[in-house]
Design a protein around this ligand. Structure first.
Ligand code: BES
Ligand code: ZN
Ligand code: ZN
Length: 481
């Protein structure tokens, strides 16, 4: 989608137009006759949230009414969701170019609608013979933004677009080596970004027992990708924020193979890695003044060859031994190595991971947010909750009580890779990972419910959502360095 800034006077503009109507001040600027304005006022007296299209032949005026009195995050999320409805109307009316203006509307509100249009307009098209409908251009009233403000938002949205493309790509076209190559080539064009890709031999010499074990059943080699963004303006001594992303390119379950249709959509099991890479790239695009590193263990998990098996005992990067109880609990094995690597090599200010880790998280809270936990990371998690409410990518906290540690103790090794009971699966996974963070402030984000939607929801069509990129980007923006 192309966005341009133009001077738009609603009453004179000739073309299809969206008009944001948040409060009464808008009434004077509406390019409508008295009776039409009266009709709108009547509608608003009943309910302020609606979209009403007026024919101004040969064009249309789409009035988006909302209640600007509500709390800002709610108003903005409402606008994002209405963007999906607007797009439905545009498609029906074959509108490809639209002007966006309003009166008595805040820039944040206009930004939220634009964001919604961008997110809602995305669909995964590259395997379709015929390109489906897309909105091509939005001309935004120049009173709302300076050019560089709009460009900064667009750069973030572009990263979300790529995050979604990667997650949607099937493993046949995006395996670990290819994904690593792609990340490396993007990083090469970004100022202040260094990308290091470790191959199987290097991973072996690092003794990342978790990543190597999960990879044993696959023909494709694993990769361990390190993306570091260190803005030149920053003091390099500063401890970085380290992001860790689960990069299971495809999760068959391994020898504990996923039954029936449970395997479907497991191409999205690398959403954590895609999210973290995208956030670091967005930070670099917009030159955020924060030192940040993404650690991405990449492999698929398959039952081939000498696949790792239940009862195997692995020695992880930090020397911890792990009894494999179920090969389908593979994410925590590759993440554990990456978290331990962060602790040993970066002295991070905080480690935050994102992972499509447990079906239990989806059962607990469905597809409406992220299951979050912390260890020594209270301040960071509280901050994430606050920004999460602001951008409406929300977190709900799960407990990390000591009692849960008993559930992942092994008879034969230091830990077992899943709890000894089917209960609290999301928490035992978090506890397992927290072991490897040691004293370092640590936040775990289980994004299993939100990374990939099987049905359209809010401002997302079905498929990858990019959920978490806006959250973590806003979190980085908040770092007052
Ligand atoms: N990738 C899955 C978790 C998942 C499930 C993500 C559904 C998205 C949607 C993960 O590797 C997994 O298989 N977890 C198991 C753990 C169990 C074996 C302890 C699960 O949740 O069933
Ligand atoms: Zn699994
Ligand atoms: Zn998995």
């Amino acid at each position: 989608m192309i966005y341009t800034l133009e001077k738009i006077s609603p009453k004179d503009y000739e073309g299809d137009m969206i008009f944001l109507y948040g409060d009464e001040t808008a009434e004077r600027s509406l390019p409508l006759g008295k009776r039409e304005v009266a009709l709108l006022k009547e509608r608003r007296a009943e309910d302020k949230d609606f979209i009403l299209a007026f024919d101004r032949l040969p064009y249309r005026l789409y009035v988006l009414s909302f209640d600007s009195e509500k709390p800002a995050p709610e108003v903005q999320e409402g606008l994002r969701r209405n963007a999906m409805k607007l797009l439905g109307k545009f498609e029906a009316d074959q509108v490809k170019t639209v002007a966006l203006c309003g009166a008595g509307t805040l820039p944040e509100e206009v930004a939220a609608l634009l964001e919604g249009l961008t997110l809602a307009d995305y669909s995964f098209d590259r395997y379709k013979s015929k390109e489906p409908y897309h909105l091509e251009q939005v001309m935004v009233d120049a009173v709302y933004f300076k050019a560089d403000e709009l460009e900064a938002m667009q750069r973030l949205w572009n990263r979300i677009y790529w995050c979604r493309e990667w997650v949607n790509l099937p493993v046949q076209d995006l395996n670990a080596p290819r994904f690593a190559e792609e990340l490396e080539s993007i990083a090469a064009d970004l100022e202040g970004v260094k990308c290091t890709v470790m191959d199987k031999r290097q991973i072996e010499s690092l003794r990342m027992g978790g990543l190597l074990a999960v990879n044993r059943g696959s023909v494709d080699e694993p990769r361990f990708v390190v993306i570091e963004y260190n803005p030149s303006t920053r003091n390099t001594q500063n401890n970085p924020i380290v992001f860790v992303g689960k990069g299971v390119m495809y999760d068959t379950g391994g020898l504990n193979i996923k039954p029936e249709d449970y395997m479907q959509e497991m191409k999205s099991d690398m959403a954590g890695a895609a999210t973290m890479a995208s956030v670091v790239f967005a930070a670099a695009d917009n030159r955020l003044p924060v030192h940040v590193v993404a650690l991405l263990p990449l492999t698929d998990s398959r039952p081939g060859f000498n696949a790792y098996a239940a009862d195997d005992i692995l020695t992880m990067y930090d020397g911890t031994t792990v009894e494999v109880v179920n090969t389908d609990a593979e994410g925590r094995l590759i993440l554990a190595d990456a978290i331990a690597y962060a602790v040993k090599n970066y002295h991070p200010r905080v480690i935050i991971d994102a992972a499509t880790l447990t079906g239990a998280a989806v059962r607990a809270i469905s597809t409406f947010g992220i299951a979050a936990m912390e260890q020594n990371g209270r301040k960071e998690l509280e901050m994430l909750k606050v920004v999460g409410e602001q951008v409406y990518e929300r977190l709900v906290e799960f407990p990390m009580w000591k009692e849960y540690e008993e559930l992942i103790k092994s008879e034969y090794a230091d830990l077992r890779n899943c709890g000894n009971t089917p209960q609290a699966g999301t928490i035992t996974a978090g506890k397992f990972l927290a072991h490897f963070a040691k004293e370092t402030p640590y936040v775990h984000l289980d994004i299993a419910g939100v990374a990939y939607f099987t049905k359209a929801q809010h401002c997302w069509r079905c498929g990858a959502s990019g959920y978490g990129v806006r959250l973590l980007y806003a979190y980085l923006q908040m770092q007052g360095e």
